[in-house]
Design a protein around this ligand. Sequence first.
Ligand code: NAD
Length: 259
Amino acid sequence: MGKLDGKVAIITGGSGGIGSAAAKLFAGEGGRVFLVDQDPDALQRTVSEIGAEQADCMVADVTDSGQTQGYVAAAVEKFGGVDIALLNAGIEGIITPITDYPDDMFDKVMAVNVRGVFLGLKYVMPAISNRGGGSIVITSSTAGIRGTTGMSAYITSKHAVIGLMRTAALEGAEMNIRVNTVNPAPIDTRMMTSIEEQRGLPAGDRSNRPMAKALPLQRYGEPEEVARLMLFLGGEDGSFCTGGVYMVDGGVSAGPRPM
Ligand code: NAD
């Protein structure tokens, strides 16, 4: 028996590194997954790997209100309802100081990472309520609890979704909807490679990357390690967890590794 037998999960950013790992883990636990992302080929590849009985997808932009209503309605239509949502789509923006940061890039990062989560909550909470309750997991970051140079938009956005999560947890409680954030970093996906490249860091082997060396466990996390926390919070293992901020970060938020 799987931990998600009979459950339906919407996953935004569902063909990305963390989203597709979560989709495969959730399906392996008996859940059905509805993936939302912008790249039709990547979406289809992930659906094919899981199998059409348990997975479907839709190309949608999470910043668009109509498309958000559309993906929630399509998931309900396809699988009969929604129990879990992983609001996980995100972009990193560019890395440059605030004094040089382009206004339009700031707006773009905030649109995907914050407005996208707000719209997801707005339209998925009624659908989950119709099932008698469920769970929503928002992907924040260690960038949601501390700062770093050059990433003002990303840092701001990942702090902001913790505020959204706390509001949604309080409002969702009476609908039996739990809402939490997972706060990863650094996880070995396209996004982390982009951040390394933008910072001009050499691409070493996994144990030798400079950013990995700075954290207590001295390695990058795998997308599956985030997915397992999403499974805990999304399913019944996390039945008393709501309004929480859950780190999955190799110890980086605890402080620097001793020299
Ligand atoms: P990723 O780039 O592989 O996945 C992000 C996905 O979001 C992509 O598939 C992308 O197409 C999708 N997306 C972007 N804009 C979208 C839009 N407007 N509408 C729909 N989909 C859109 O990176 P990832 O590491 O898997 O990131 C997933 C989440 O994890 C993001 O929210 C990211 O900020 C967060 N995160 C990642 C790390 C890390 O170290 N990789 C650390 C902390 C937090």
